[in-house]
Structures are given as C-alpha cells and as structure tokens.
Design a protein around this ligand. Structure first.
Ligand SMILES: C[S@@+](CC[C@H](N)C(=O)[O-])C[C@H]1O[C@@H](n2cnc3c(N)ncnc32)[C@H](O)[C@@H]1O
Length: 269
C-alpha cells in the first residue's frame, strides 16, 4: 500500500486548487444547481481537499461522506467544519474491498481526486459499472497523465520521468496501476456505459518561487526512479543535484500533467 503523508497532501492542495479545471467545475455546479440539498461521497478523500475545493460551487446544505483507509488523514478531514444544517461524516474504508458500500445509501455525486492513476483497469471498470448501475455522476479530478515538462531541460529528464511513469504502473493496492493511462481509460469507460463526459486539463503549474513544491517533486522522482531501477544511482544523484541547483537559482519551472472528468448518466436519481 502507498501511504500519503498529511504534509504532502497539504503542500499539493494549493496547486491542486489552482489546477482544477474551471469548465469541469462549472459542469458539476450546473448539474446540481437548485437542488434543495446534496449528498457527496468522496472516495480516497485524504484530508478532505475536494470538499474544500468544490463545496463553494454546490448548493447548501451539503452532506459529505468522506472515505479513506488512512485514519490519520481522515482525522484531519473535517476542517473547516460543516456550516449549520450541513454535515461531514468520515469512514475508514478499504476501497479495494468495500467500494460498493461507499456508493450505496443515496449519494447524489461521487467525487474522487488524485486516486485513479493508482488503480487498476479492473477497479476502474468496477467503479464506472457500479456508478452506472446506481445512476451516479462521477467527478474525478487531478488524475496524473504522465506528461511532465521541466524547464530548463536536463539531459536525464526524459529517462527519469520515463522511470517514474513505469513506477506509476506498479501495484498501489488495487492491482497493476493504470498510471498515466488512467484518465483516458476513465473517459472511454464512462462513454461505454452511456455517460456524457466533460473533461479538461488540470496541470500543476509550478513556478520559480515554488521551491518547496519543486524540491518535493525532485525528491519523489529521484526516489521512485531509484526504486524501479534501470538508471545508475550516481546518475540519479547527479540529476537531482543539477535540478536542485536550478531550483535554488530561481530559474526552474515545472508542469505536471493531470486531467479532470465529470461524467454523468443521461438520467440522474
Ligand atoms: C494522492 S492521495 C489523494 C487524497 C485526496 N483525494 C486529495 O486530493 O488530496 C490518495 C489517497 O488515496 C487513499 N487510498 C489509497 N489506497 C486506498 C484504499 N485502498 N482505500 C481507501 N483509500 C485509499 C490514500 O490514503 C490517500 O488519501
């Protein structure tokens, strides 16, 4: 199982919030406009970033059901508290085994964020099939696409990112992961069950001033490239040092590809 530290989720939350595709958010907002109340199930909620990002675009009162298998993240997921009349309920769930339980009980919307690149083809199909069986719309955001642009370019960038993308397809607890193929597979699968799809890019744009985020990315990429093998350790260390020097000099930028999708059945509940 891959563990996600709360401080990493906190660091990425601002980049995620800026990256979320505005047209996709608009489509979600339009779909639920005027409803007297709303139940949203957030799968793999982490510390609750999706509620913080999407909540202001949806009608009140809202009842959020937050699911994750990490108790320490769930313990942080009720901030800020729900306004009067709305509610937040957190539940520890292993989505590999108990996905269906999270879709039952009458949610109006299934949300998930930064999860689907971690799951297998089989699990993705199961999610879409089970949503379709219940007529449930799905808002799936910040799925990593495998496209990374680093500027200025280093001679080892392409090899390192290729190694990272190979690592992305290893088992993260759901079977062999889709990695960079996940967003396209989600769209294909949703269309195959007759859902209409609104989709768009939600790339992280990481600027020269975002040194902490850039350092975190370089550390993660070096570690995953090392773990998956195929590149000499000294070469990885040299790449890491060169890229860190560019960050320190304030001349490094990064773009990390993601995609957002809102998929909905022809008729909703
Ligand atoms: C990249 S984090 C995204 C968290 C949150 N959605 C966000 O956007 O900040 C992936 C999340 O998936 C959760 N997760 C991974 N495997 C899981 C599983 N089998 N069941 C439930 N949650 C899982 C992790 O605990 C983590 O919170």
């Amino acid at each position: 199982m891959t563990r996600f530290a709360a401080d990493w989720l906190s660091l990425r939350e601002g980049f995620d919030a800026r990256a979320r595709n505005a047209d996709v958010v608009k489509a979600v907002a339009a779909a639920f406009k005027g409803l007297p109340s709303l139940i949203v199930a957030d799968l793999a909620c982490g510390t609750g970033a999706t509620r913080r990002a999407l909540g202001t675009h949806l009608p009140q009162p809202q009842h959020w059901r937050l699911y994750d298998n990490d108790l320490s993240l769930l313990a942080r997921a009720e901030t800020p508290p729900a306004p009067a009349g709305s509610s937040i309920r957190t539940r520890p769930v292993d989505l590999m085994h108990d996905l269906e339980a999270t879709l039952d009980g009458g949610p109006d919307l299934i949300a998930t964020s930064a999860l689907l690149d971690l799951v297998s083809q089989e699990w993705l199909e199961r999610l879409v099939t089970e949503c379709a069986a219940r007529n449930l719309p799905l808002y799936a955001t910040l799925t990593y696409t495998g496209e990374v642009t680093l500027d200025p370019v280093d001679r080892l960038d392409a090899s390192i990112i290729a190694a990272v993308n190979r690592h992305q397809t290893s088992d993260k607890g759901f079977g062999p992961a889709l990695g960079g193929a996940a967003a396209a597979e989600l769209v294909r699968s949703c269309k195959s069950v007759g859902f209409s799809v609104v989709e768009g890019g939600s790339d992280w744009v990481i600027g020269v001033e975002d040194r902490e985020m850039q350092s975190a990315m370089l550390t993660q990429w070096s570690q995953t490239a090392q773990e998956i093998g195929g590149i000499d350790t000294q070469d990885i260390a040299g790449w890491f040092a060169r890229r860190r020097a560019l960050v320190a000099r304030g001349v490094s930028t990064m773009r990390v590809g993601h995609r957002d999708v809102f998929a909905r059945p022809a008729t909703t509940r």
